[in-house]
Design a protein around this ligand. Structure first.
Ligand code: GSH
Length: 345
């Protein structure tokens, strides 16, 4: 089998395709596409001139398949596994496709509109479009609340294409149905649960799933999401996204940096993050415009100092949707589980 998935780890539509691949344990090679890189963008446009990911490549059949719903139906047809994404029954199949369209068009896209607008610079915001998206989402959530009142999956009896669409779309939601839906994912046996964990894990966000499923204020979740998005963007080398999340009068303080400004921060601190395996965001406490984050940073084992782990705490101050201050407090360092005293690394 020679499947490739052209994707980006921050793309929620890519999670939809990943859920289907993991759900049925279909082997594939992930190809990370950095749209800021002209060569990588050109390669994606060659596969799908619309320029959206994910795109599934199938070397064995010589095909490139865009659009998540089509990718998942393609997998269901050509790489069938224990879970059927589209039921054989024609009426159920229609219902499944309808729910898939519903989650993509009326939950996922408005959610992206709202989240995307937060990352835009002040002069590029679209309040009218965001208001429309909020209205659309409200209607959709009400429909989901009604539909999910009796439990079950997004299109009825079994996990399907509709659930692959629903999970990333609801991931950012903070409403009853979303919470129930995520809780339900966490209680699943076997493969489908794996799929739900993939949805949460792609961005290293299992904690967010449990926070969302515990409820919490929308405003806190928004700030929390911004913090998570900044960490994920840092790891993905997405400088533009980080820049857009920081206010122009941003200040950064650490044991090495005394209140440095935004340009100095990028000059000094914007390093290649390819030595980092992951940030495990262990705790995020949001209180109004302020937040504390404690995380474990794990280095890639093949890099110099491999396997190194250390824990930092960062204090965030927000100005509206953007971060205007970060203070970093360094924590303990461990190598192979053994405490390493400062000054010895
Ligand atoms: N309808 C498409 C939507 C895909 C989509 O919107 N992908 C986003 C990432 S979540 C994308 O490619 N954004 C890059 C861009 O628009 O330039 C699908 O289901 O695959």
């Amino acid at each position: 089998m020679s499947l490739t998935l052209h994707f980006h780890p921050l793309s929620s539509f890519c999670w939809k395709a990943l859920i289907a691949l993991y759900e049925n344990d279909i082997p594939f090679t992930p190809i990370l596409v950095n749209l800021a890189d002209p060569a990588e963008r050109a390669a994606l446009l060659k596969l799908w001139p619309v320029g959206k990911f994910p795109v599934l490549g199938d070397g064995a059949r010589g095909e490139a398949i865009p659009e998540t719903s089509i990718i998942i139906e393609y997998l269901d047809r050509h790489y069938r596994g224990r879970t059927r994404f589209i039921p054989d029954d024609p009426a159920l199949a229609l219902q499944t496709r309808l729910r898939d369209r519903f989650y993509d068009l009326y939950v996922h896209l408005p959610m992206q509109k709202i989240v995307g607008d937060r990352l835009r610079p002040a002069e590029g915001k679209d309040p009218h479009g965001v208001e429309e998206a909020r209205t659309r989402l409200r209607t959709s959530y009400e429909m989901i609340e009604r539909q999910m009142a009796g439990g079950g999956w997004a299109a009825g009896g079994d996990f399907s294409l509709a659930d692959c669409a629903a999970a990333p779309a609801l991931f950012y939601g903070n409403r009853g149905a979303a919470r129930r839906r995520l809780r339900q994912c966490q209680c699943l046996p076997g493969a489908a649960r794996g799929a739900a964990v993939v949805c949460a894990g792609v961005e290293g966000s299992r904690a967010l799933v449990s926070n969302v499923s515990k409820g919490g204020l929308m405003a806190s979740t928004d700030k929390e999401n911004t913090i998570r998005a900044i960490f994920a963007a840092y790891l993905a080398g997405d400088r533009r996204r980080v820049e857009n999340s920081l206010s122009d009068d941003f200040r950064f303080t650490s044991p090495y940096d005394d209140g440095i400004d935004k340009p100095t921060y990028f000059e000094r601190c914007w390093k290649n993050a390819d030595w980092i395996e992951r940030h495990e965001l262990e705790k995020i406490f949001v209180d109004g415009d302020e937040a504390f984050v404690t995380y474990l940073c794990v280095a890639k084992s093949e890099k110099e100092g491999g396997g190194k782990r250390f824990r930092n705490t960062e204090f965030f101050v927000f100005d509206g949707d953007r971060v205007k201050r970060i203070d970093v407090y360094f924590g303990a360092t461990y190598e192979n589980g053994v405490f390493v005293k400062q000054g010895e690394t």
